[in-house]
Design a protein around this ligand. Structure first.
Ligand SMILES: Nc1ncnc2c1ncn2[C@@H]1O[C@H](COP(=O)(O)OP(=O)(O)OP(=O)(O)O)[C@@H](O)[C@H]1O
Ligand SMILES: [Mg+2]
Length: 298
């Protein structure tokens, strides 16, 4: 089972839209998929029409009561299951504060089952707290959605540093697989500049021992599309709501691109030489391409 966390601690960059529509696209492509909602806002759950009702098990029950994963998921459409969230999850951070091994609860419950799906997709909250650490300890891969605007790259260093610390302490196999540009206004100068900056940074990281040493920028860009913004109110993925719009087209392509990625097979030689774009935004310049030293752990 491929386990993927969709993560960026920055709010509103398209994590939930990407998690839901990637999961739905992969399910549509014949893969069995479970979407897990790790955000107390529960937007991924409601996007697929699931609102935690009294008596329904949620991710909160998994983390706090060790309720088995098999009892916390619902089948919402062919090939697609959801482990929902609820507002209770906001309290989990505090309730788990004194619990030894709290970052590993989700991993242990997921590993207790013999791979029931082809893919597990985790929609993370916009934070780097204990819920996100549970996600990073559970998965093999991280996908980072990024909105190409002026401050897009701020905070990326902290996010990557967190993945690096997780590989040292909790999950040595964790890899950042790709960065996905979301909410794209195509053909703007700024989008091109950000693409160049990310590519330059990723090329510089090749061959190192960081979790992002093999990461790539997805060639599929998710365009800004009003149907993507409308579909959550109808409790449907973009494929149920407007299957022929640009948004559906982009997420179907992105899902195929990610299904085709084989992170372990990447080698430095496969990648083109670093682009020679002039330094413009310099937002990534302070970010070390090598692993953060343990002293920075905090
Ligand atoms: N490609 C797109 N085109 C138009 N609207 C979009 C697109 N992607 C996301 N949106 C809208 O932008 C808003 C933020 O998206 P989303 O909820 O997916 O971000 P998020 O990163 O999950 O936010 P949060 O950090 O709060 O969890 C939502 O209203 C969503 O419907
Ligand atoms: Mg979200």
């Amino acid at each position: 089972m491929r386990k993927i966390a969709v993560l960026n601690q920055k709010g509103g960059v398209g994590k939930t839209t990407t998690s839901v529509n990637l999961a739905a696209a992969m399910a549509g492509a014949g893969k069995t998929v479970c979407l897990m909602d790790l955000d107390p806002q529960a937007h991924a759950s409601s996007h697929l029409g699931v609102t935690a009702a009294r008596g329904m098990n949620t991710l909160y029950d998994m983390l706090i009561r060790q309720t088995p994963w098999s009892q916390t998921r619902l089948n919402t459409e062919p090939n697609l299951w959801v482990t929902p969230s609820s507002l209770d999850l906001a309290a989990a951070e505090v309730e788990l504060s004194g619990v030894v091994g709290r970052e590993m609860i989700l991993r242990d419950l997921v590993n207790a089952e013999p791979d029931p799906f082809d893919l597990l997709v985790l929609d993370c909250a916009p934070s780097l707290g204990v819920l996100t650490l549970n996600a990073l300890t559970c998965v093999d891969e991280v996908i980072i959605p990024l909105q190409p605007h002026f401050l897009a790259l701020h905070g990326l260093g902290k996010l990557l540093e967190t993945t690096s610390l997780v590989t040292k302490r909790l999950n040595p196999g964790l890899k950042v697989t790709c960065v996905v540009l979301t909410l794209c206004d195509m053909h703007t100068k700024l989008t091109h500049e950000i693409v160049e900056d990310i590519q330059r940074f990723l090329e510089k990281s090749r061959g190192g021992s960081t979790p992002w040493a093999d990461a790539r920028l997805c060639s599929t860009r998710v365009r800004r599309n009003i149907k993507l913004a409308e579909s959550p109110s109808f409790g449907k993925s973009i494929f149920g709501y407007a299957p022929t719009c640009h948004g559906a087209e982009d997420y179907a392509l992105l899902a195929q691109e990610i299904l085709d990625l084989k992170p372990a097979l990447f080698t430095a030689g496969e990648h083109a030489a670093a682009p020679t774009a002039p330094d413009r935004l310099k937002l990534l310049d302070g970010l070390d391409t090598q692993p953060a030293p343990l002293a920075k752990a905090g």
